[in-house]
Every structure is written in structure tokens, then in C-alpha cells.
Design a protein around this ligand. Structure first.
Ligand SMILES: [Zn+2]
Length: 133
């Protein structure tokens, strides 16, 4: 970690996003996943973390539908902000897109995709075929 710039720990994550890959850190000492990117494992405080690629599949843990958006997001309402449990064992906040708000539910199977917003590519989730029946 660069002490002058604590954000530097995020750089590999954003680099992977730009390649349309979802990554996470894994602790070499205790084996647990670490997300969001950090310089130390929050479970055992080891600084021996490695980057791994996620398959990008998971389930909705919790969600809310935003109907009154902050400035700059008004053209997006209604939209879904969700906590997604990714199968490799970490939870991340994102959006669920490409489905009606009323069709989103806890436990729903989702898969990562990437959406261009202004100059940034961001990870979002879509309903996955595994969840359709
Ligand atoms: Zn650890």
C-alpha cells in the first residue's frame, strides 16, 4: 500500500473492471474472501492478500427500489440498489438491471455485467438464466 494514497489498493480492482472482470481479494493466511479491497485481511489482519477472479454469479441478499433519485440519476428511476452475495463468498453493493422492479426478490440468481456510466465502467447484475424457470 502506498501511504500517500490509500486508494491505491483499489487500482487492481478497477483495472480488472476495465477488462470486464470482477475480482476480489483472498487472504493467503486464513483463506477467506476480502471485499471491498483492503491492505489487510479484516478477519486475521494478515497483509498477505491475493487477487482472484470471480465467476460473477450470485444471489440478491437485500435490495431497495429507488423512486426519487438524487440529482443526475432522475432519468434512471425506478432503479434497484442491491446487496449481492457473490458465490465466492463476498457481498457487494450494486444495481440489478434488465428486469422490472416487481420481479426482483431476495434470493434471486443474478450474474455480473458491466455498464458504462459517464467515463466509468461499473459492475452491475442482471437476472441469470439459473434463476429463471
Ligand atoms: Zn485472513
Amino acid at each position: 500500500m502506498n501511504k500517500d494514497n490509500p486508494e491505491v489498493d483499489n487500482a487492481p480492482w478497477w483495472d480488472a473492471i476495465s477488462r470486464r472482470e470482477l475480482t476480489f481479494q483472498s487472504c493467503i493466511d486464513c483463506g477467506r474472501p476480502v471485499f471491498f479491497p483492503r491492505s489487510r485481511c479484516p478477519h486475521c489482519f494478515s497483509d498477505r492478500l491475493e487477487w482472484r477472479r470471480s465467476a460473477g454469479e450470485g444471489t440478491v441478499y437485500a435490495f431497495t427500489i429507488v423512486r426519487r433519485a438524487p440529482r443526475g440519476f432522475q432519468d434512471r428511476v425506478p432503479y434497484c440498489v442491491a446487496l449481492v452475495d457473490v458465490n465466492e463468498g463476498f457481498r457487494m453493493m450494486s444495481n440489478v438491471i434488465d428486469c422490472k422492479p416487481e420481479d426482483i426478490h431476495v434470493g434471486m440468481s443474478v450474474a455480473v455485467d458491466f455498464e458504462q456510466r459517464c467515463e466509468m465502467l461499473l459492475p452491475v447484475f442482471k437476472p441469470s438464466s439459473a434463476g429463471r424457470n
